[in-house]
Ligand binder design. Structure first.
Ligand code: COA
Length: 260
């Protein structure tokens, strides 16, 4: 499929989505959000893909936020729709995807950009990356899940400070507070993320999906994560991957998982 604002490439079961509006620092407009939704949906269904990397084009930005030009004249109703629609199509969609998504944060990750990185399952930043939620400087608050996911990742105190001051933090500061898992040079960023992805690719795909779902359950209202885990654990015993994994262990060979 050909997209206008993103690039998608797959090799060795790892798909890379690159948000490709470098002149606008990869800001998320309506078209980009819609294309990202389509790309994630089709990669989730593809048997050729087990892990997805998400990055921004150019050396300056992952994503510098939602496209400010697009919502500058919005009404209250438009604003609420923008947030609800974006969360459904992209941010919640990525968080609940059945395949792991790794954010390779290659520069500015601001506003919706940081919110998108936070919706991914794993985050790695390059040394030059800068992260923040500057919405209050525009008279807004984060609307793509930032007020919820940031405290989940870094705790309420750091989240309050970042959101209320609108300050940007460096990659090293982000590492210190647990906002990213690793910091590497910009040159190494994608290969470092691919190495994480390759470790995941070796494992049982259905178990990976169920693990994502069970971890997410901990953060969902009205859902008991322990019950989700117990149910998913039981279901795993009915998969071919479980038979293959245990048989391969007993036969002292590497498992070949099919995701069935
Ligand atoms: N929405 C729309 N356009 C954006 C954008 C955004 N969130 N962020 C950057 N751009 C555009 C700029 O308008 C500029 O376009 P132009 O060349 O047509 O004028 C281009 O990207 C380059 O940005 P510029 O501001 O010139 O780069 P810089 O290096 O001076 O500053 C930033 C970089 C990230 C500090 C600055 O672009 C910025 O503050 N962006 C907005 C961040 C933000 O508030 N995000 C939250 C949105 S809810």
């Amino acid at each position: 499929m050909v997209y206008n604002t993103i690039l998608v490439e797959t090799k060795e079961k790892i798909a890379t989505i690159t948000i490709n509006r470098p002149n606008k620092l990869n800001a998320l407009n309506k078209e980009t959000i819609s294309e990202l939704h389509e790309a994630f949906k089709s990669l989730e269904q593809s048997t050729e893909t087990r892990v997805i990397l998400l990055t921004g084009s150019g050396e300056k930005a992952f994503v510098a936020g939602a496209d400010i030009a697009e919502f500058a004249n919005f009404s209250e109703e438009d604003g609420a729709k923008l947030a609800a629609h974006g969360q459904e199509l992209l941010f919640d969609f990525v968080q609940n995807l059945k395949k792991p998504v790794i954010a390779a944060i290659n520069g500015f990750a601001l506003g919706g950009g940081l919110e998108l990185a936070m919706a991914c399952h794993i985050r790695v930043a390059s040394e030059n990356a800068k992260m923040g939620l500057p919405e209050v400087t525009l008279g807004l608050l984060p609307g793509y899940g930032g007020t919820q996911r940031l405290p989940q990742l870094v705790g309420k105190g750091h989240a309050m400070e970042m959101i209320l001051t609108a300050g940007m933090i460096t990659a090293d500061e982000a590492l210190k507070i647990g906002l990213v898992n690793h910091v590497v040079t910009q040159a190494e960023l994608l290969s470092f993320c691919e190495d994480i992805a390759l470790k995941i690719v070796k494992n049982a795909p259905l178990a990976i999906s169920k693990a994502i779902n069970a971890i997410n359950a901990n953060f969902k209202d009205g859902e008991n994560g322990f019950e989700t885990e117990i149910k998913s654990f039981g279901q795993s015993f009915a998969t071919k991957d479980f038979k293959e994994g245990t048989t391969a262990f007993l036969e002292k060979r590497k498992a070949q998982f099919t995701g069935e």
